[in-house]
Write a protein that binds this ligand. Structure first.
Ligand SMILES: [Zn+2]
Length: 287
């Protein structure tokens, strides 16, 4: 069964750990993440970007696949199915499709319009029992064509959006999507501490979890981050494992071309990455 992310993130904030959001792209990705969450007894959030939703033939296909997989694989840990960086229109599509959590990324709207649309979605999500993530200050890097500058969010603006009744808040603190450049300045813990103080119990979300050093991740969790988004790292692990398989010529040996064999090393690599992240975030055994 799918659940809202509210309870798992409230518990995470109280318990000083974080729940990972792992983005999915297909059946193999979803299976790898769900099986690892169950093995590690960890709550988990499956992230779906609009682009990935399109790729998987629409949000309804995704919901049905995830629900069926939870049943067929006997997954007992809490699983939230979450729209990542959703437009206003995509939010409604996912609510209709049966997602249990959405992120409304209104960061490109003027603040008044962002507030108005967020308020409306707070109401709809409350009625339907979904969790809602809002974003303040854009997050750097590029994700599915959405390009941000990587600024630090204004703590006062964070407080204002938090007070609208959202479930969790993503705030830019120098983090970016994708691989971090060699000259990256690191996370701004000063900004994070100021935001945390303003928003109190509200779980904070750290986007762009790939490549942030472990000590920074731990410090961010100490300062109130309860959800960490991981996307690129699973992609890199999958690609590297698949490359190794093909470069070793294994697809040319026997039935090595069978997709169930060809994709298996990549699946194992995703599982290993997810396990490693769950251990780092402290969510193992918390389900
Ligand atoms: Zn993001």
């Amino acid at each position: 069964m799918l659940v809202s992310a509210k309870e798992m993130l409230t518990k995470a904030k109280e318990g000083h750990y974080a729940v990972g959001q792992f983005n999915i792209n297909n059946l193999e990705w979803t299976k790898a993440i769900l099986l690892t969450a169950e093995e590690q007894k960890s709550p988990v959030i499956l992230g779906v970007s609009e682009g990935a939703g399109k790729y998987m033939c629409g949000f309804k296909t995704v919901t049905n696949m995830v629900k069926a997989m939870i049943e067929e694989l006997n997954i007992t840990v809490p699983v939230a199915l979450h729209l990542d960086h959703g437009s206003y229109e995509a939010c409604y599509k996912c609510i209709d499709a049966g997602f249990s959590s959405i992120m409304f990324d209104g960061s490109h709207y003027p603040i008044e319009e962002n507030v108005a649309k967020t308020k409306e979605l707070v109401q709809v999500c409350a009625e339907k029992g979904l969790s809602l993530e809002a974003e303040v200050g854009s997050i750097g890097g590029e994700e599915d064509g959405v390009v941000g500058m990587g600024e630090c969010a204004d703590p006062a603006e964070c407080k204002m959006i938090a007070d609208l009744g959202v479930t969790m808040l993503a705030a830019g603190i120098g983090n970016i999507h994708g691989k971090y450049p060699a000259n990256w300045a690191g996370l701004s813990f000063e900004t994070l501490a100021a935001i945390s103080e303003k928003v109190g119990k509200m779980p904070l979300v750290l986007h762009g979890g790939t490549g942030i050093p472990e000590d920074m991740i731990k410090k961010a969790i100490d300062l109130g981050v309860s959800k960490i988004n991981v996307n690129t790292e699973c992609q890199l692990a999958f690609a590297a494992a698949t490359r190794t398989y093909v470069e070793a010529g294994k697809d040319l040996q026997g039935k090595g071309f069978d997709p169930r064999k060809l994709l298996a090393p990549g699946v194992e690599a995703i599982k290993a990455t997810v396990k490693e992240k769950m251990e780092l975030f402290g969510s193992v055994g918390k389900a």
